[in-house]
Design a protein around this ligand. Sequence first.
Ligand code: ARG
Length: 463
Amino acid sequence: MAKMWAGRTDGILNKDADDFNSSISFDKKMYKQDILGSIAHSQMLAQKNIISFDDAEKIANGLAGILDDIQNGKLDFSPDAEDIHMFVEEQLIKRIGDVGKKLHTARSRNDQVALDLRMYLKDESKKISSLLLNLIEVIKNQAAKNIYTVMPGYTHLQRAQPISFAHHLLAYAQMFKRDYSRITDWKKRTNLSPLGSCALAGTTYDTDRNMVAKALGFDGVTANSIDGVSDRDFCVELLSALSLIMTHLSRFSEEIILWSSWEFKFVELDDAFTTGSSIMPQKKNSDMAELVRGKTGRVYGDLMAMLTMLKGLPLAYNKDMQEDKEAVFDGVETVEKCLTVFVPMVDTMKVLKDNMLSAAQKGFINATDLADYLTKKGMPFRTAYKIVGQIVAKCVKENIILDEIPLSEYKKISDLFEQDLYGEISLAACVEKRISEGGTGPKSVEKQIADLEVFLKNEKDIY
Ligand code: ARG
């Protein structure tokens, strides 16, 4: 069938070229935004006397009917349509006749697609923001149960210093909180309507872009019509924020996978979030966490695809830009799927406190505290550091831990050692003494939890 834009040509494409050109298979996702955008546009056209109120009403009713039919499964997207915009317009004309042909006055597909995509991503970002809040909440709840759970903190994946499991978890809460704020921030720049930019230069009609923007929940309109149709920064920015979410999820996943191994055994995932092996009967694999880690690459790829697609484009619209959607849709959907599984997985994760403690008892992770003990009694830190290093070396040789050396032995090394050293280097004390702001001490951890509660309460009110 000839295209609606036939005229300059007969509008009949080579079959393969037609399929190649078509974007309906993926941009059909934006049907709702496309229809709502068109309703708002037609109402503005009437308000501004560009079309009659009667026509606007017919158009709005026709469009509402199309929306209903799609939502109720009564109308299928035609795979032959060029894109969602043409599909909806063709349907409208089919249903209400020539009046439907007035809808596209003072508009172009270029500003229409830019509008639809912004609206669609705004809607999706709400889901992501709310999933992030859920994740922060379950992390906070797990943390609240583990303020006194001692585990080894690591650097270089070597046991370093004792920390509470709560403190470790709360590090992730901070990452996801920043991720959340990045999306909030993104919305401020994205929430401007490009509609009315038309093909690139604006229009000769006396339109009211702000009226449409307001009706669709935008804060205002884009300032330059060429930029309005050429800009895909909002896709890049969103994908960059999504990439960071995936980075954080991936690091967390990696730790959960390690912690679930027999070598660590710090946590056990609920059966509902693990899989077995088809051959090894003993296996309980953390596939969900592995998949999240694995899917991180896709989202980075989506970001790269978007940046690369844009880099050489002259202003204004070029068909290359049709490639924006699959990348940004994939990024959004991947993050949504990952978060949807990740939140309950963390929520139901069992913490094996005894195993964490016994790992903390090995590895001399209280050595810094022993050096601090001497330093607080007047020995320069570097000297204390060296002495304790030598004590550790001796312990390694004798296969004992610092807490097992008798005081008489300690006294031979330095007179500054007294009975109280044992209390000072006990693991619980090592954690409790880390009173500095943002440290692993229980007061700091409780404050972090309380601050998160306030944050969650304020933000949840928004959703
Ligand atoms: N399907 C197109 C896209 O996604 C819509 C815009 C088409 N504009 C045009 N001038 N051909 O980019």
